[in-house]
Design a protein around this ligand. Structure first.
Ligand code: HEM
Length: 448
């Protein structure tokens, strides 16, 4: 029931102490690995032995088909190679002005409202991150109102993105799942929207006009190096939807949690606000080092509330993880939520302390103890994009407004593919007296 209601509730105190465990459940032979050496083995050293498991694919594939997130082997390699140029450091840096523009438009919208008005922060963030996608990866827009997309994405996560009781007992996939039936209108909305996007771009290319160098153009020109064949329409659709779903809800949730955590720590809120003021001084080019606190705050929020709170893999052949024998077929869950709060790995693991991501303390963090973006060959392709986007949007918002939690809310995480505050997050958005405006031209955030 917990897996269906809110999968994050399956973890008990012992899981936060244990490096690796394995046992039989109604889901079959399942284990959990929250030890950096084991994590490294699964995602990097022996990654070829761990494929994405069926349960995960059953949740993701109805919408995301055989796109980059859900494909394996040769299909995955071809897609990853084709799309990587869009996420090079240079290309990501070029997206900064578009991100800045989105932030300025949001600030203008918020400024037209009554000072201190109550705002649903998740909706605010997801509108901004969707607009960023529209201005960058889909440079000619998504052809639909952002609110229509937002509603559909929420509905997707609430219907198709939930485990069905039939999945939990391993029933064959031809048996209809109720949740998925409810999600059908959403899938139809996406299919229509995506087909329109593709048709518009094909028409542009056919007209002889120069096509913008964005996700669509790369997808249309991707070819398989062996067969020379282009990507099928079905895979194109799957990838467009993959980037819409994977590319905005995650960053929006990370920002939502960041703003929430800052509202709980006056000290860090002040430090973040004052850095945001300094870094965006239009008189000097905003330097990377000027954003260290904001970066640390954002990273610490993703440690405590990793937007992708559960990763999992299925062992193809027998293996050993931290001394535990893993038989072929076992499914191993790696929850960044648990790993990031593992007792013994982190000082004061449940505390919001961005200083652990600053200076020397940051150097001491094991690469495989902190995996909000995953690790190894399947690491998030949008990692640098998301880090830059998070810092640009956050800095702008903090310069203009102070976010204060509406009293009486109990803020609990709920896992629906991504990790978000259960029931939303309502905050008063108050104007800051010293709010300054930055300019897109001199904004630059170095990404790593
Ligand atoms: C804070 C924001 C984000 C977080 C926390 C996040 C997290 C992740 C994680 C953990 C994975 C690995 C999944 C696994 O190994 O099973 C992943 C993969 C992926 N992410 Fe992100 N992501 C974020 C933002 C983005 C953005 C902005 C984009 C695109 C613009 C994106 C697109 C993808 C794609 C396509 C994959 C699949 C990559 C592959 O398998 O080769 N993500 N993400």
């Amino acid at each position: 029931m917990a897996l269906r209601r809110n999968p994050i509730e399956i973890w008990c105190e012992a899981d936060f102490e244990r490096p690796v465990s394995l046992g039989r459940s109604i889901l079959g032979l399942r284990g959990a690995a929250h030890d950096p050496v084991a994590v490294r083995r699964i995602f990097l050293d022996n990654a070829a032995n761990y494929r994405k498991d069926d349960l995960q694919l059953r949740v993701l594939r109805p919408g995301l088909g055989n796109g980059l997130l859900t494909s394996e082997g040769g299909d995955w390699r071809m897609q990853r190679r084709a799309l990587s140029p869009l996420f090079s450091p240079r290309q990501v840096a070029d997206f900064a002005p578009a991100m800045q523009k989105v932030a300025e438009a949001a600030i203008e919208r918020l400024s037209s409202r009554r000072d201190g008005a109550v705002t649903e922060i998740g909706a605010l963030m997801s509108r901004m991150t969707l607009e960023v996608l529209e201005q960058t990866l889909f440079s000619q827009g998504l052809g639909r109102e952002p609110s229509a997309f937002q509603r559909s994405v929420t509905s997707y996560f609430d219907t198709i993105g939930r485990l069905d009781p039939l999945d939990l007992v391993g029933a064959p996939s031809f048996l209809p799942r109720f949740g998925r039936r409810r999600g059908r209108p959403t899938l139809m909305f996406f299919a229509q929207a995506v087909d329109d996007i593709i048709a518009d771009r094909r028409a542009l290319i056919d007209s002889g006009a120069e096509a913008p160098r964005d996700l669509l153009t790369l997808l249309l020109s991707a070819t398989d190096p062996e067969s020379g064949r282009g990507m099928s329409d079905e895979d194109m659709r799957a990838n467009i939807l993959t980037f819409i779903l994977a590319g905005h809800e995650t960053t929006a949730n990370a920002l939502t949690w960041t703003v929430y955590l800052l509202s709980q720590s006056l000290e860090w809120r002040e430090q973040a606000e004052s850095e945001a003021d300094r870094s965006f001084d239009p008189q000097r080019p905003a330097a990377t080092e000027g954003c260290e606190t904001l970066r640390a705050v954002f990273e610490e929020a993703m440690r405590l509330y990793p937007p992708a709170a559960m990763l999992s893999r299925q062992a193809i052949a027998d293996d050993e993880l931290a001394g535990v024998h893993i038989p072929a077929g076992a499914v191993i869950s790696v929850s960044p939520y648990v790993l990031h709060r593992r007792r013994g790995l982190w000082d004061n693991p449940d505390a919001f302390d961005p200083s652990r991501f600053l200076g020397e303390r940051r150097e001491r963090i094991d690469r495989f103890a902190y995996i909000p973006f995953g690790a190894g060959p399947r690491v998030c392709i949008g990692m640098a994009f998301a880090m830059q986007e998070g810092i640009v949007l956050l800095a702008n918002l903090l310069r203009a407004f102070r976010f204060e939690l509406v009293e009486g809310q109990s803020v609990m995480p709920q896992q629906r593919v991504t990790l978000r505050p259960n029931g939303g997050l309502k905050m008063h958005v108050k104007r800051r007296e010293k709010a300054q405006k930055s300019t897109a031209e001199n904004f630059f955030v170095k990404v790593r």
